[in-house]
Write a protein that binds this ligand. Structure first.
Ligand SMILES: [Fe+2]
Ligand SMILES: [Fe+2]
Length: 197
């Protein structure tokens, strides 16, 4: 598999892992007698907001999308839609943060609204990643030249960019932190406390 494609798919898997865990925890938080530890939700939201925004989307927007459109102008409509989804995704995250805040301040009320926002965001982002993998990547594989792939591989290998490398390491740390904070059976953290309310 081409390095760019392998990196892009592995970044999708990292985002997806956090989305799956977020959905599970939001479901666990529907029990009004179990008080969530809020920090894990904040860390998860930070991850799904900043990781795509800082590391993933810039590489897609600036390098991959631009080259695909240059070589295959018929891909323009698809690429425009994907770019618009990057902007829309950032807005949906704000909505998710708002719902989390309401839930945290109004607990045990607000759980259903938070779950709704989590589902909406996860479905949206899965559809987006699927579209990139099943529609955009095949076009890239068909139309890009060996020189294009060499340039893309350079851009996608974050370790050649010292700033991106530091950020990548920060996100790996954040990912481990999420796993440590999330209660069993999702992560390694302590179980949430059962309260009588
Ligand atoms: Fe994307
Ligand atoms: Fe992507």
């Amino acid at each position: 598999m081409k390095e760019t494609i392998a990196i892009l798919k592995s970044e999708h898997r990292s985002i997806s892992a956090v989305l799956i865990a977020l959905k599970h925890l939001a479901e666990m938080a529907q029990d009004r007698h179990v008080k969530p530890e809020w920090q894990v939700f904040h860390s998860m939201l930070r991850y799904i907001d900043e990781y795509p925004e800082r590391l993933h989307h810039p590489k897609e927007d600036e390098f991959l999308f631009a080259r695909v459109v240059a070589r295959a102008p018929e891909a323009k409509k698809l690429v425009d839609a994907l770019r618009a989804e990057h902007v829309q995704g950032a807005k949906l995250i704000r909505e998710l943060e708002r719902k989390l805040l309401f839930f945290e301040e109004g607990w045990p009320d607000g759980g259903a609204e938070f779950m709704g926002a989590v589902d909406a965001y996860a479905d949206f982002h899965w559809k987006h990643m699927r579209k990139e993998e099943t529609e955009l990547l095949p076009l890239a594989e068909k139309h890009l030249s060996a020189d294009d792939w060499r340039a893309l591989d350079r851009a996608f290998k974050a370790n050649e960019d010292p700033v991106a490398e530091i950020e990548e390491r920060d996100f790996q740390k954040l990912f481990s932190r999420i796993a440590n904070l999330a209660p069993a059976p999702i992560g390694l953290g302590d179980a949430w406390k059962r309260v009588s309310n």
